[in-house]
Design a protein. Structure first.
Length: 332
């Protein structure tokens, strides 16, 4: 019968439409899908949370955020993924008290804490490279403070122009040109399943932009498994339901238009289903009648009582007949 391939096609179309709808859903925080390989990346396992006093600490768990050595930079870096750092920061340069709670990367130098980026939950791809960018840290140092070259101001010979007197004074940077420290973390795949996540410092540009490289098994990606509304059994049930509907509708249309049947005879394979229904009814009657024999009935007791009454009545009738016969003989 050619109805089964049609039902299978409808089921496949419904599943593909549901899969397309699932792909349009927004991704969870700190997850990304590669535009080139279509692999799914979830960085949430790389996040470190504050220690919970109620739970027992295991030996393998490490406290605090991730740390990277600065080597010749003169300071070490503290970084966390998919959230702010675990450490509590008392004061951060150029950041308000409300904003310092969102710091995801910082370093300490000269007794001061400098933020090099606030939390970001949206990793991006640069080709095949998975990149996590933190922005909005402390203010970048000005160009004059980065240079250690001192230029002695020239003596003004002609003092006619009053504006020339301001040339020797350092100009304050305007608020519109202020830049803030930021961090760029390039995440690389570590295929070793026993390897741990690590992060290393690469370079810093003008004490404003910091480059890091992270390696982790979680940066290898995998298959995007979205939670389905239906279980595998539910999907199979939908396919069976579609097949039954196609069978009934197609059979009814065929019986009505081609075979010119009416009523219940429009159903496909009516004779077969009618025979099955009769068989079920007959079996039900047989079972109920056989079970009824084992149930106590009141008819047996009523018959016994009626038997005694009938015997008493027959004796009374015999006595009456004998009395009548005796009276007749006496009259004669």
């Amino acid at each position: 019968m050619q109805l089964l391939p049609l039902s299978t096609l409808l089921a496949v179309l419904s599943l593909t439409s549901s899969a397309a709808a699932a792909s349009d859903k927004p991704l969870k925080p700190c997850t990304a899908i590669s535009p080139t390989t279509a692999r799914f990346f979830d960085l949430n396992p790389m996040h470190r949370s504050p220690p919970d006093d109620d739970k027992k600490k295991s030996k393998d768990t490490e406290e605090g955020s991730w740390h990277a050595k600065g080597y010749d930079y003169g300071a070490n870096f503290t970084i966390n993924f998919c959230g702010p750092v675990v450490e509590k920061l008392d004061s951060v340069v150029d950041l308000d008290k409300d904003v310092k709670k969102n710091v995801s990367a910082f370093y300490e130098k000269g007794g001061k804490t400098y933020a090099i980026g606030l939390e970001n939950y949206e990793p991006t791809f640069r080709g095949r490279k998975l990149v996590l960018n933190y922005t909005g840290g402390s203010l970048c140092p000005s160009s004059s403070s980065r240079r250690s070259i001192d230029l002695s101001p020239r003596e003004i010979v002609d003092g006619d122009d009053d504006k020339d007197s301001d040339n020797g004074k350092p100009k304050k940077p305007s608020s519109s040109t202020k830049r803030r420290k930021s961090s760029i973390i390039s995440l690389l795949c570590d295929s070793d399943p026993l390897a741990k996540t690590s992060i290393s410092f690469v370079a810093a540009v003008d004490d404003c932009v910091y480059f890091f490289e992270g390696r982790s098994p979680h940066a290898c990606g995998g298959v995007h498994v979205e939670k389905q509304a239906l279980s595998p059994g539910g999907v199979f049930g939908v396919i069976v339901l579609i097949a039954i509907l196609v069978y009934l509708v197609g059979g009814c249309v065929y019986q009505r238009t081609v075979m010119h049947q009416r009523g219940w005879r429009q159903l496909p394979n009516y004779q077969m289903w009618a025979g099955i229904a009769r068989f079920v009814v007959d079996m039900f009657i047989i079972l109920t009648s056989s079970c009824a024999r084992f149930l106590p009935s009141r008819r047996g007791y009523s018959r016994v009582s009626l038997g005694h009454d009938s015997r008493g009545r027959s004796r009374r009738n015999d006595d009456e007949d004998r009395l009548i016969d005796n009276l007749d003989e006496e009259w004669d």
